[in-house]
Ligand binder design. Structure first.
Ligand SMILES: *Cc1c(COP(=O)(O)O)cnc(C)c1O
Length: 240
């Protein structure tokens, strides 16, 4: 029998705890973002009942339905951002991890409702410098960050990355270490910003990410089980 969501949740929390011990870091220094893309609202509610409060989504339309049903949870947008989706993101989410262009940051700032708390944002870094991936290069992050930090209605909190898939702890650590250095550089150049967030580490590499200072790990598969590809999901839905 496959493990229940409760068992999966306990297992992920144990992995995080063990990784914190290994890294000599307090357990409270790492928070778990449950990545619920393609997963049904019932799974989210089950996890929420266990005490999970922060959820990450990649697709705007899908996320809006879930947010409407669970407005008390904290919602993080972590997927690629199209310009025509920024308004919904600015209005409905508390965090955005995937700011990868200045124009997107400007739109989120303009469209964030004034009566809401500042939108908490991270700059996505293409840390493995892959042509196929979005994100700022490490150099561009250093040059663009002041412009983004100055935008009203946003609060720049730090950096996010999805490094190239690599096997082996030491190899995985290398990209995460680059992220840690980049955040340190930003904090040295702009101490007033007090950047405190490194969103990195997924099901396959959370231990290496925590060793290098991750403060948010984004976990999907290990919490909810494997995802169908998006196309397969749609097909499955249409069969009902
Ligand atoms: C899907 C996704 C995750 C979760 O990945 P798993 O390997 O399923 O844990 C994390 N971050 C981002 C940006 C994602 O798109």
């Amino acid at each position: 029998m496959s493990p229940s969501i409760t068992e999966r949740y306990q297992h992920v929390k144990q992995r995080i705890q063990a990784a914190c011990q290994q890294a000599h870091r307090p357990i409270e220094s790492v928070s778990l973002l449950a990545v619920s893309k393609t997963k049904p609202i019932e799974a989210i509610q089950q996890l929420a009942k266990q005490g999970q409060t922060c959820f990450g989504e990649n697709y705007v339309q899908e996320a809006l339905l879930k947010i409407e049903q669970c407005p008390e949870l904290e919602w993080h947008f972590i997927g690629p951002i199209q310009s025509n989706k920024t308004r919904a993101i600015a209005e409905r989410f508390q965090w955005v991890h995937s700011v990868d262009r200045l124009k997107i940051a400007q739109r989120l700032s303009q469209q964030r409702p004034k009566n809401q708390k500042e939108l908490q944002v991270l700059l996505e870094v293409n840390i493995s410098e892959e042509a196929s991936k979005s994100g700022f290069t490490p150099q561009t992050v250093l040059s663009i960050a002041p412009t983004i930090a100055a935008l009203p209605n946003l609060k720049l909190r730090g950096l996010m990355a999805i490094p190239k898939k690599t096997e082996g702890f030491e190899a995985q650590r290398q990209s995460f270490a680059k992220m840690r250095h980049l955040l340190e550089q930003l904090n040295q150049q702009h101490p007033k910003w007090e950047l405190d967030t490194l969103s990195m580490g997924m099901s396959a590499d959370l231990e290496a990410a925590i060793m290098e200072g991750a403060t948010i790990v984004r976990i999907g598969t290990d919490l909810f089980g494997a995802r169908l590809a998006k196309k397969q999901c749609l097909k499955k839905k249409n069969q009902h």
